[in-house]
Ligand binder design. Sequence first.
Ligand SMILES: Nc1ncnc2c1ncn2[C@@H]1O[C@H](COP(=O)(O)OP(=O)(O)OP(=O)(O)O)[C@@H](O)[C@H]1O
Length: 247
Amino acid sequence: MDQQKGSSLAASGVTVAFGGFKALTDVTMSITPGAVHGLIGPNGAGKTTMVNVLTGFQAPTTGAILLGDTDIGTHKAHKLRRNGVARTFQAGRLFAGLDVLDNLAVTGVGLGHSRHASEVEAQRVLDWMGVSHLADMPAMGLPYTDERRVSIARALMYSPSFLLLDEPAAGMSEAEAEDLSQVIARVAAELGCGVLLIEHNVGLVLSVSHHVYVLDAGQIIEEGDRDVILSSRKVRDAYLGADQGEM
Ligand SMILES: Nc1ncnc2c1ncn2[C@@H]1O[C@H](COP(=O)(O)OP(=O)(O)OP(=O)(O)O)[C@@H](O)[C@H]1O
């Protein structure tokens, strides 16, 4: 199965149960190429579980994960990555002992490319991100925002069709988050990637997303554009009910 350019990555009626506890219940959502999709919700709503189930890190208990017309719900993460579904993690998970270029090149080698080709691709991605000056820096000790950028660059190796970002702006200042939002917008607009953005920074999500899903207690309670989300009583209640402060 090759990369599915032009297809959607979707969850159809997905439930994920851990023992008797349902982290997700009958969730249906779709990520389309060239667009940014937001996924917000209070703590414990199921956002990371959603990313895990869309990227092969967690199998759905029931329901289907569809890449185009193919149910990939039982496919493992490394296979999905080869099919163009890439992600980042809440913690950057860089290899501390390697420099930035090698952190990216390792992904290329894991995808089956030669070391030389992987280094060329790594340099290309770092250039595209505007962070080529980091190439020779050790990953250990990188400033936090650079670490986040390198994590995204690594996920962009060999042009995935989908990029799922798990709280990429955590710990960033407003100015840094604004810079990041421009990178995210470019990933969709210039690379044609379908992006799913999970963030506690709701303002960032609303500013950059074409379509936003709201999870609460494992269920989608609202979806739509910025105006729909901002005017939703259900969304307001979910956040206030969970004492998450203002949106
Ligand atoms: N492997 C697991 N085993 C048991 N329960 C789990 C597991 N993974 C997640 N959960 C539970 O599922 C629920 C959803 O967790 P998840 O991390 O997906 O939420 P989240 O919306 O990403 O939360 P946060 O915003 O705090 O990161 C939580 O109650 C969590 O404790």
